[in-house]
Structures are given as C-alpha cells and as structure tokens.
Design a protein around this ligand. Structure first.
Ligand SMILES: Nc1nc2c(c(=O)[nH]1)N[C@H]1C(S)=C(S)[C@@H](COP(=O)(O)OP(=O)(O)OC[C@H]3O[C@@H](n4cnc5c(=O)[nH]c(N)nc54)[C@H](O)[C@@H]3O)O[C@H]1N2
Ligand SMILES: Nc1nc2c(c(=O)[nH]1)N[C@H]1C(S)=C(S)[C@@H](COP(=O)(O)OP(=O)(O)OC[C@H]3O[C@@H](n4cnc5c(=O)[nH]c(N)nc54)[C@H](O)[C@@H]3O)O[C@H]1N2
Ligand SMILES: [Mo]
Length: 711
C-alpha cells in the first residue's frame, strides 16, 4: 500500500487525503451528555469521529453511541424531502412535496382548526430532543394554546418537582466534597459514562458509596460499600424506614431540623409505620440491612444523592418516593451544605451550568390567556401548577374521549409514539386526528402515521448554542453537508411563524437572533462563541456556595425545607398528601396470573431509546431484544440463554430472548424499551400513572412470563 493510500485508509486529516477536522457536538444523547466531537470530514461528508481532547465536557472521551455518529447520520431511512401522505393513514405511501407546499398546508389546516374549535384543539409535542424546546413552547403559546408538551412528561420533571415541592428549587449533589454518595437507582456506567469516571475518582479518594438498586450493576460492583436491593418502586417504604431508624437512634441533626425543616413532627409520627415488622415484606430488604445503611449515614460527615430522571419517578408512587428519599438529607442536615445538596439553577436546555440564560423568559413571553384546561391539567393539577404545560400522558385519552374538549391535530417534532405506556392506544389516537405533522431525521413508525413528514437535520448539520456545567457556553457551526433537503426544527418553526402570520417577530427573526437575546449580558457574544473550536467560559457566572438559604430562608412558603408541603396542603381539591406518604407500586392485575414485576427502565450502554436500534454497529453489541431474568425464574420456567420467551400482561405479549443472570433478583424481569419488534410499552397500562406527576409506571407492572413454544 503506498503512503497516500495508507493515509486515506487510516482516515488521517491532511492535504493528501483532503480530510479536515471540524468541531461539533454529539446530539445523540440529551444535552447533559452533548460531548465535543472532532468530525473528520471529506467533501462535505463525515468519514470518522473522535472525542475532542480539549472539550471541557468529555475531555476526549466518546462512548459507543457517540462513536456511531456516522452510521446514525447516514442511516438508510433518513428522510430526504418533505413528504405528504397519499395512501390511507399508516399505510406508508407518501409523495414528495416542496417546503412551500408543506408550510402552506400546515398553515391552512391548523388555521382552520383554530378557527372552528379554538387554538387548544391543536397539541404541540416534542420527543426526546431538547435543543428546540423554548421555540416549540413559544410557538404553541403564540398560536394560542398551553397544549405544548414533551417526552419530559415521562422524564426528569417528576424529580425536579419533588425537590421544588420540598426545597422550592432543584437541588444538585455536591459530590466533589461529599463523604457519602447515596447512589439511589444509580448506574452511571450505563447511563452517563462521564459521571462514572468521576465516581471512580471519588472512590479512589476514599468517598463511601451506598448503592440502592435491585440489580447487581457495575456501580454496585465497582463503587458500593453497601448495596441494598429493594424491589422496584418500593424505595419510598425503604426511605421511610431508614428515617424511622435514624430518628429512633437519634442519628438526626436536631438543631438543623429545628431551624430549617418544616413538618418534622407529623413526618416522624408517620414513618413509625415502616419498621422491623414489615420492611422486608414491603421491600425485600431486611431490617438489619436498613440499620447498616443508617449506621453508614450516621458515620458520614456529609451525604449527597444522585438525580434520578427515570428509575425512581417511573412508578405510580415515584414522586412521593423521591420526596421520602430527599427527606433523609433534610433530617440529617445535608441540604444547602458543603458535601450535601446545593441549589441548582437551570440554564439553556435545563443544564445547571453556573449562569443564567433567558430561554425560559423567551419561551413564556407570548403565553396566551389560560381559559380551558391544558391536556392533563385536571388529572394532574400539581404538574400543571408547576410546569404550565400539558401532561402528555393524558393526550391519547383526550384525543379519543374528546373530553373536556376535542384535540383535532398534533404538530410534533421527533415524536415516538412507542415511548408512551399503552402505546397502541396512542397509535389509535393519532389515527383519529384530523391532521398530524411530525418532523424527524428518519422514517420512523410514528412518522409513518403522519399526514405530513418534515425532514430535519442532526447536530452535525446545524449550528446550535449549548451550555455546559462549569460556566461554559458554545455555539457550533455546521460541519457537514445536509442530507437531502432537510432543515433544522427551529428553522421550520421560524418559517412557519411567518407563513402562519403568528405576529411573533422574535420567532420570525430566527434562532441566532434569539440566542443573542437569551445570552445578552453574559459577557461573551455569539460571534465569539461561534469562532471557538471548544466551549468558552462566560464572564457573568452565578455566585454559588452553600449556606445562602440557611441564612436567608428556603424559597418555599414557610422559608424552610418542607417535609410537610404547604403548597399541597393549600389545595385539598388536588387530593394529594402533604407528607411523603407511601403506597404500593404494583397495579391491580391478578398476581396469580401475573406473578412477576416488569421493570422496563435501566439503560444499555450502546442504545438510547429508539435511536440506535437501527444502527448496525452498536446494535451488534446486543442484537436481540433480551429480558434479564433471575436464574431461579429461568429454571422454574425452563428457560435457557437465547431461548424465545414471552412476557405478557392483560394487554398482550412480546417475544424476546431470555437472558438468565445472577444480577437480577428473583421475581423481577428487566427489559429495555424502544424496540419496534418487541415493544414493552404495548404491555403497559395507560392509566397506571402517578397522580402527583402524571408519570407512567414503566418500572413496576405486573406481568407473566413463559417459554415460547413454536409449533
Ligand atoms: N446509554 C444510555 N444512556 C442513557 C439513556 C439511554 O437510553 N441509553 N437514556 C438517558 C435518559 S433519557 C435518561 S431518563 C437517563 C436515566 O438515567 P438515570 O435516571 O440515572 O437512571 P438509569 O441509569 O436508567 O437507572 C439506574 C439504575 O436504576 C435501577 N432501577 C430501576 N428501577 C428502580 C427502582 O424502582 N428502584 C431502584 N432503587 N432502582 C431502580 C436500574 O436497575 C438501574 O441500574 O439515562 C440517560 N442516559
Ligand atoms: N418502557 C419504557 N418507556 C420509556 C422509558 C423507559 O425507561 N421505559 N423512558 C422514558 C424516557 S426517560 C424517555 S426520555 C423517553 C424517550 O423518548 P423518545 O422521544 O422515545 O426518544 P427517542 O426515541 O430517542 O427520540 C424520539 C425521536 O426523535 C428523533 N430525533 C432525534 N433528533 C432529533 C431532532 O433534532 N429533531 C427531531 N425533530 N427529531 C429528532 C429520533 O429519530 C426519534 O425518532 O422514553 C420514555 N419511555
Ligand atoms: Mo429520559
């Protein structure tokens, strides 16, 4: 092989190969993991990716998902032009149309529905893509409705709400300075590899770890000094029992409680119900282990807990379980203290970056008058009170029942109907709409149901603003040619604002002008951010530091951390409990027929929701949808590794491969979601929801399992 051929084969960036390195970010995960990428580009096409060494987020690391960017971006099912349905809905027949035709049709049809039934008859939905959200929310408002919602109706928000209810503000762990990491449903080795690296460094430094996870995970193996294994969704009972033990043994911070905690008396009375008599029966964890965990807490000078966007909130009791866990930090004096929890303030795309941007003001500037209840508002009043947007878990019901009013159209960006519990009902609801638009990179199962499908680009094909922890901000430039005739979601919203005559000049002005406004006063300009190959540190950062609330009061009604929520108490019509009370997680299906607990949370390192299942390279690491089951259950059911098995509920069955493993407790089955061919959400109930947050019980549903017999 001659030298120039060797250079080409190795994809070396140099004049001989014509390959250039350009800098961008990986948008496959959500913004909390938008790592810096060196894009190797030849003739406008991506040929290779590597992590950017000097990027403050990933310092050169790139996970398997990030490494798959080239295959992801050039997936065979990329949509190349706007498409209009020409067959029956769902049949999959589409014809290409121009952008102008598509825009005109959207303007006409949404305009007509608004005229006939009001703006609320249109719902706006965004999937697991966060970067365009302030624009979509504003667009819905300018159109005239609060019926804007996202995948965050099932992700993260419940966790924020739990903190806000008790502390008035999201809290974030001060892991760097803590003595004890309370890793409650915590396995960053799978769901956040950059954090895993930091945890390993803490471990080396001598920080202690208490891991609470039903499974034996890498976190349990590599980090845990003690590992408790409750059944999914029983965490609230466990936390309340821990509180009972801490109180009984006097291992609490009475002075702190006296000064900064509200509602201790009724809480202390309530937790007595969780004790030596019943805790093992309720959670699967022995009382002796609870005592051991409490001793560990007592012996630690400080304690901080991880965030949980999915596993803890994904139960019908998830919100209250989170509150019960957070309460442990309050009674031990670990809130607003070094090594405990510190106030976290959101910037752009909900990152806690250490400075403030004007994205929320931008999103809410054109709020319409609030006349009719938003979708889900009546069923989940605390949700709407805190979020002022629809709870999308109630969308399918409202479309089908038309109560309290009909929803006739959905305008979606990156919607995956399979993310919803009982997704067959969501599919049916979408089928009943008068008009359904979806934007996506790929021709997905959901896009197939739309009347109009609009092609959008990946992060490599657009320029975007991004905020990073530590005070960093960046504005990327497009690094490759766009695939087909795609646009970015925000370009579409800005174009549509003009075509639809929304009278919203800022939306019409476009992304870059909006970012300039949102970042005004930070001491760094869009041009400077764009000119840099890596994020820059903004000048105007927040002055953090623990103890500010302990001096000035918590931003709650009482000025204290509220074990007893005065907000909830003030609204008896909500029928919610002010204390972090506990109820069983499982649904009412017959345990004789459905004896197992189905937990469809947890993450796979090489998969992310529905995005990478069709990318062959990462898919090859775990080619088949597999259920992780205990060795005991496998034996009882006659299942061996690789056998076809069925998991079933009252709603149907899915076929997967059996993966017997000693990592999983008896009686629980774990299955990853997002597969079209083994769609776990088709087994879920659409009504088994958390009344506080509206979140679905993806992680605690009764199910049956059997070996699949092929005749
Ligand atoms: N590779 C990869 N990374 C991802 C994602 C992905 O799809 N793939 N998704 C991203 C998204 S959107 C989210 S929301 C986050 C989620 O990330 P996190 O909220 O951090 O949670 P997970 O890592 O999903 O789950 C951590 C552990 O919780 C355990 N667990 C499950 N149910 C329960 C329970 O009821 N109680 C207890 N104590 N433990 C439980 C699981 O066994 C798992 O080991 O991950 C993000 N990161
Ligand atoms: N059973 C079960 N169900 C779950 C969960 C679970 O743990 N178990 N987790 C829940 C959670 S935490 C989450 S976050 C959701 C995941 O939420 P989903 O919305 O299902 O996530 P994805 O499948 O990653 O993305 C949705 C679509 O967005 C498209 N997309 C990617 N980038 C862009 C873009 O820039 N613009 C547009 N318009 N589209 C884009 C993708 O191609 C994909 O089709 O699933 C929820 N559902
Ligand atoms: Mo999520």
């Amino acid at each position: 092989m001659d030298k120039s051929e060797a250079l080409k084969k190795a994809k070396i960036a140099c004049p001989e190969t014509g390959i250039e390195i350009r800098h961008t970010l990986c948008g496959i995960c959500s913004p909390s993991n938008n790592c810096g990428v060196d894009a190797y580009v030849k003739d406008g096409r991506l040929v290779k990716v590597e992590g950017t060494d000097s990027h403050p987020k990933n310092h050169g690391l790139l996970c398997a998902k990030g490494q798959s960017n080239r295959e992801f971006i050039y997936r065979k099912d990329r949509i190349l032009t706007p498409l209009r349905r020409c067959g029956a809905r769902g049949e999959g027949r589409f014809e290409p149309v121009t952008w102008e035709e598509a825009y005109r049709e959207i303007a006409e049809r949404l305009g007509k529905i608004r005229e006939q039934d009001g703006a609320d008859a249109v719902a706006f939905f965004g999937g697991y893509n966060k970067w365009y959200r302030p624009w979509l929310r504003r667009f819905a408002h300018s159109f005239g409705t609060f019926n804007y919602g996202t995948e965050s109706s099932s992700c993260m928000t419940s966790f924020w709400m739990a903190w806000k209810t008790a502390a008035g503000q999201l809290m974030v762990p001060d892991f760097k300075n803590t003595d004890l990491v309370l890793g409650w449903a915590f396995n960053p080795f799978y769901s956040g590899h950059l954090q895993a690296k930091r945890m390993m460094a803490l471990k080396e430094k001598g920080t202690k770890f208490l891991i609470i996870d039903p499974r034996i995970t890498l976190a349990a193996e590599k980090l845990a000094d003690l590992h408790l294994r409750p059944w999914p969704g029983t965490d609230g009972a466990l936390a309340l029992c821990m509180a009972n033990v801490l109180i009984q043994k006097g291992w609490i911070d009475r002075e702190y409680i006296e000064a900064h905690v509200h509602g201790f008396e009724p809480y202390a009375e309530y937790v007595k119900q969780f004790n030596e008599e019943n805790i093992e029966k309720l959670t699967g964890v022995s009382y002796a282990q609870v005592e051991q965990a409490c001793a560990m807490i007592h012996e630690s000078s400080s304690m901080a807990v991880n965030g949980s966007s999915a596993p803890l909130p994904h139960h019908r009791n998830g919100f209250q379980n989170l509150r019960a866990i957070h309460a442990l930090l309050a009674i031990t004096g670990n809130i607003d203290c070094r090594g405990g929890e510190l106030p976290g303030y959101h910037t752009f795309t909900h990152q806690v970056s250490g400075y403030l941007t004007g994205d929320e003001e931008f999103a809410d500037e054109t709020e319409p008058e609030h006349i009719r209840p938003a979708v889900g508002e009546e069923r989940f009043p605390l949700w709407f009170h805190m979020e002022r947007e629809m709870q999308a878990m109630d969308l399918a019901r409202q479309i089908l029942e038309k109560k309290p009013y009909p929803i006739r159209a959905v305008f979606a960006m990156g919607m995956n109907y399979r993310m919803f519990p009982d997704d067959e009902t969501m599919k049916r609801a979408l089928g009943e709409l008068d008009f359904f638009v979806d934007t996506d990179l790929f021709m997905t199962d959901t896009a197939m149901l739309a009347d109009l499908v609009l092609p959008v680009c990946s992060s490599f094909e657009r320029g975007e603003f991004m905020s990073y922890e530590g005070g960093y901000a960046w504005y990327t430039n497009p690094v490759i040619d766009r695939v087909g005739d795609c646009k970015s979601d925000v370009e579409i919203l800005s174009d549509l604002a003009k075509v639809m005559d929304l009278g919203d000049e800022k939306l019409a002005a476009g992304y870059e002008a909006n970012i300039a406004e949102m970042t005004e006063g930070l001491g760094v300009t869009v041009d400077q951010l764009k000119a840099s190959d890596t994020p820059l540190r903004v000048e105007k950062r927040l002055n953090g530091g623990p103890g500010q609330w302990l001096k000035g009061g918590f931003p709650t009604k009482t000025g204290k951390f509220e074990l007893y929520s005065e907000l909830i108490a003030e609204h008896p019509q909500w029928k919610l409990d002010p204390l972090p009370t506990y109820r069983e997680p499982l649904d009412e299906a017959d345990p004789a027929e459905y004896p197992f607990r189905l937990c469809s949370g947890g993450r796979l390192p090489g998969a992310i929701h529905s995005r990478l299942h069709k990318v062959p390279w990462v898919r090859s690491m775990r080619p088949d949808p597999m259920a992780d089951i205990s060795l005991e259950d496998a034996e009882a059911l006659g299942l061996k590794e690789g056998d076809d098995m069925e998991i079933f509920t009252e709603r149907g069955a899915v076929t997967v491969k059996a993966n017997p493993t000693s990592r999983v407790p008896e009686g629980v089955v774990f299955l990853f979601h997002g597969y079209s061919e083994a769609d776990v959400n088709s087994l879920m109930s659409g009504t088994h929801l958390d009344p506080y947050s509206g979140f679905p019980a993806y992680n605690s549903t009764r199910c049956g399992m059997r070996k699949k017999v092929t005749s």
